[in-house]
Every structure is written in structure tokens, then in C-alpha cells.
Design a protein around this ligand. Structure first.
Ligand code: AMP
Length: 216
């Protein structure tokens, strides 16, 4: 049996943080489309260079290349039991493509936790976000500070502020989310898969709610 979980929600709501915790607790692979693009960028692949032109503006990378990247990632052995998808799908075309590709892996989207918060909370969180270079662990200078400034608690690597966490780009990313990604809320609700979770709660409480949603 496979389990595929799609974490839905705006940028900055805590999907990345929660996906990592959920992955540890369930043993399912964590697939973050943003992390995959950033890895490609670090390695200066053609995909990374292409993605960068969109990412720096806060726009979405075109569907065809994004879908191909996720298909490739889902076909790796660590996704045999399923996966937690964080940041994908982000458009209705990506959601359709996901359904089609999961059939090839004998699965389907099981549950879609939708983590919510108001735009002002997101802007504040993204502005104070620090990300670990080695593994993408996420901290926040106010709500979840690292033990030592600019050092990851988990792997000791350097923490940095993402270029696209700058205020102007953040505003565009949130707009893009409302324009292009929010239609997925009704798409998954209509399919009976959506479970709404309040993303302004403590990290622990959000994790508890997610585990409850996933176990159902
Ligand atoms: P994230 O780390 O999820 O905030 O993603 C960072 C950036 O990567 C986004 O602003 C997009 O430019 C790009 N990106 C990530 N996931 C997708 C996706 N599913 N479709 C298109 N672009 C994406």
C-alpha cells in the first residue's frame, strides 16, 4: 500500500517545517519542489538555471519542467511506500498531472492537509525565516530561533536568508499563491480530501493536527 500526502497552504505557513517532522514520524519520503529547484540551482544544472529566472521574481516555474522533475523524484526507491509532497502541486494542471502519474505508481492522493494563516502572518514569518544550507531545515528568528545564531540545530550548517524571502518577492509569491494555487483548495475539497488546519498554532499543535488528519 502507498500513501501520498499533499501539503497545501501559502508560502510561509510552515509546510516545510511540518513536512520534515511528518516525514520522520511516518517514514514517508519528503519531496519539496522548492528544495529540488534550489538543489539544481546550487549544482548549476540547466533546470536550476531556468528555474532561477522564475524563482527570483516569485513566479512559478513552468508546469512541464516542474511536473517532469517531480515524476523523476517520485520514481526513486525511497518513495516506494509513498511520499509527502510539499509545494507541489501548485496549479490545477500540476494536480491533474499528479493524479495521472500516481496511477503509474499504483496510488492516488490520500489526504490534503490545508494549513492556513492570514497574509500578514505569512509576510512576517517569511521576513524572519532562516534556512539551513545543507538540508533546508527552517528556523524563524522570533517564533522558532536556532540555539546559536546562523547555525542549524540539526546539522551545524550555516543558516541563510533566501533571496526570495525579501519583502517585495514575498508579496508577489503570496499573490501568485492566491491566483494560481488557491483553486486547488476547492479541487481537493470537492474530491473529499481536504482537511483544514490552523497554521497559526504552535509547531507541536500543528503536527498533532496533521498526524490526526493523516491517520484518518
Ligand atoms: P518554495 O520553496 O516552495 O517556496 O518554492 C520556491 C520557488 O520555487 C517558488 O516561488 C517557485 O518559483 C518555485 N516552485 C516551487 N514549487 C513549484 C511548483 N510546484 N510549480 C512551480 N514553481 C515552483
Amino acid at each position: 500500500m502507498t500513501t501520498y500526502i499533499v501539503l497545501l497552504g501559502p508560502p510561509g505557513v510552515g509546510k516545510g517545517t511540518q513536512a520534515k517532522i511528518l516525514s520522520e514520524k511516518t517514514g514517508l519520503a519528503h519531496i519539496s519542489s522548492g528544495d529540488l529547484f534550489r538543489e539544481n540551482l546550487k549544482n548549476q544544472t540547466e533546470l536550476g538555471k531556468l528555474a532561477q529566472t522564475y524563482m527570483t521574481k516569485g513566479e512559478l516555474v513552468p508546469d512541464d519542467v516542474t511536473i517532469a522533475m517531480i515524476r523523476d523524484r517520485l520514481s526513486r526507491p525511497d518513495c516506494k511506500e509513498g511520499a509527502i509532497l510539499d509545494g507541489f502541486p501548485r496549479t490545477p494542471a500540476q494536480a491533474d498531472a499528479l493524479e495521472t502519474m500516481l496511477k503509474d505508481f499504483n496510488g492516488h492522493v490520500d489526504v490534503v492537509p490545508f494549513v492556513t494563516a492570514d497574509a500578514n502572518v505569512l509576510i512576517e514569518r517569511l521576513g524572519g525565516r532562516w534556512t539551513c544550507r545543507a538540508n533546508g531545515h527552517i528556523f524563524n528568528e522570533k517564533s522558532n530561533p536556532p540555539k546559536n545564531e546562523k547555525v542549524c540545530d540539526f546539522d551545524g550548517s550555516e543558516l541563510y536568508q533566501r533571496d526570495d524571502d525579501k519583502e517585495e518577492t514575498v508579496k508577489r509569491r503570496i499573490e501568485v499563491y492566491f491566483d494560481q494555487t488557491s483553486p486547488l483548495i476547492s479541487y481537493y475539497r470537492d474530491h473529499g480530501k481536504l482537511v483544514e488546519i490552523d497554521g497559526t498554532q504552535s509547531i507541536d499543535q500543528v503536527t498533532q493536527d496533521l498526524l490526526t488528519a493523516v491517520k484518518k
